[in-house]
Design a protein around this ligand. Structure first.
Ligand code: GUN
Length: 299
C-alpha cells in the first residue's frame, strides 16, 4: 500500500478562501477589518520565519495585522504592560505571542495575561478549560488543523483510537481534547511512556508532535492508519539543511492509509486556522459589543 498524501497546502487554501469571504462580510457589516497583534521577542530565526508567514497570510485574508518586534532583553514587566495595552485596545481582536520566549520570561505568566477573548492561540487556561469541557472556545490552531486534515480522508471518527505522541500544551494536550470532542478514544504518550512503539501500533489515527526527527518507523504503524506529522525538525542532509517531520516518511507511507508530508502538511493548516481564530475572536467581541449596546438602549 502507498499512503494517500494529505495535501495541507491545498486544504489550507480551501479554508482560507472560506475565511476570506467571511472576513469580507465582517468588514462590510462592521466597517472595520479584524485586527491581529503579533509579538515576537528576540531574534530566534525559525520564530521570525513563522511570524512573517502569519503576517503575510493575515494580509492575504483581509486581516489588519500589527507586528511588535521586541528586543531579546525585553523585560517580562514591559511585555505584560504591552499586553495590558493590547487587551484594552478597542481595535485589536486577537493577540499572539510567538513561542518560545527568551528564558528570562515566564511563558505561562505571559500567556495567562492575554485576555481569553483575544487569545487567538487558545492557550489561556480559560480556553483550555472550555475545550476540556467540550464547550465553544478558541481552539489551538495546530490541533484544530490536524482534525481538519483527518476529516479530508475520513468524515466520521466516532470510536476510532487516536494516539497522540507528545504532551505539550501547544499541541499534544489540546490535540487529545480535540479528538476526544470528535468522539474518538484517545491515548497520550510521551518520552517516559512504556512501550511507545506498541502504543503507536494500536492507533487508527497517529498524531505525532514529539520534536524528534524520524522517530516513528514503519513497524510502529498499524497498516491502514492515518498518520499526522506535526514535527518540524531541521537536519543536515547530503545537499545541505532540510526540514523533516517526526515520522520516517518514506517507510511509513508504505503502510499507512494516509499521511501528511513535512513540509506542506500541518504547517500551512496551522497558519490558516490562526486566521479563522482571529475572525472568531473579532466576531465574538462584536457580538458582545452589540449585546451591551442593546442592553444600554433598553435601560
Ligand atoms: N510556536 C510554535 N508554535 C506556536 C503556536 O502555535 N503559537 C505560538 N504563539 N507560538 C508557537
Amino acid at each position: 500500500m502507498t499512503a494517500h498524501l494529505i495535501d495541507g497546502r491545498a486544504e489550507a487554501e480551501r479554508l482560507l478562501a472560506q475565511v476570506k469571504s467571511r472576513i469580507q462580510a465582517f468588514t462590510a457589516w462592521y466597517a472595520r477589518r479584524p485586527c491581529l497583534a503579533v509579538i515576537l521577542v528576540g531574534d530566534d530565526i525559525a520564530s521570525a520565519v513563522y511570524v512573517r508567514a502569519k503576517m503575510r497570510c493575515a494580509v492575504e485574508a483581509g486581516i489588519a495585522s500589527i507586528p511588535y518586534y521586541l528586543p531579546e532583553n525585553t523585560s517580562e514587566d514591559d511585555l505584560l504592560r504591552l499586553l495590558d495595552d493590547l487587551n484594552d485596545s478597542s481595535i485589536v481582536d486577537g493577540i499572539l505571542v510567538q513561542l518560545p520566549l527568551p528564558p528570562h520570561i515566564t511563558k505561562d505568566r505571559v500567556l495567562h495575561h492575554i485576555h481569553p477573548e483575544k487569545d487567538v492561540d487558545g492557550f489561556h487556561p480559560v480556553n483550555a478549560g472550555l475545550l476540556a469541557t467540550g464547550q465553544p472556545c478558541v481552539v489551538p490552531c495546530t490541533p484544530q488543523g490536524c482534525l481538519q486534515l483527518v476529516h479530508t480522508v475520513r468524515k466520521e471518527l466516532m470510536g476510532l483510537h487516536v494516539v497522540v505522541v507528545g504532551r505539550s500544551t501547544i499541541v499534544g494536550r489540546p490535540a487529545a481534547q480535540v479528538f476526544l470532542n470528535a468522539d474518538c478514544s484517545v491515548t497520550i504518550i510521551h518520552k517516559d511512556s512504556r512501550d511507545v512503539p506498541g502504543h503507536c501500533r494500536d492507533a487508527d489515527i497517529l498524531v505525532v508532535a514529539a520534536g524528534h526527527a524520524g522517530l516513528i518507523q514503519r513497524d510502529w504503524v498499524k497498516p491502514g492508519a492515518i498518520v499526522i506529522d506535526v514535527g518540524i525538525n531541521r537536519i543536515e542532509g547530503p545537499s545541505g539543511p532540510r526540514i523533516v517531520g517526526d515520522v520516517a516518511y518514506d517507510e511509513v507511507r508504505e503502510v499507512a492509509a494516509a499521511i501528511t508530508p513535512v513540509p506542506g502538511g500541518v504547517g500551512p493548516m496551522t497558519v490558516a486556522t490562526l486566521m479563522e481564530n482571529t475572525l472568531f475572536c473579532a466576531e465574538t467581541r462584536q457580538r458582545a459589543r452589540s449585546t451591551l449596546f442593546l442592553a444600554g438602549a433598553a435601560l
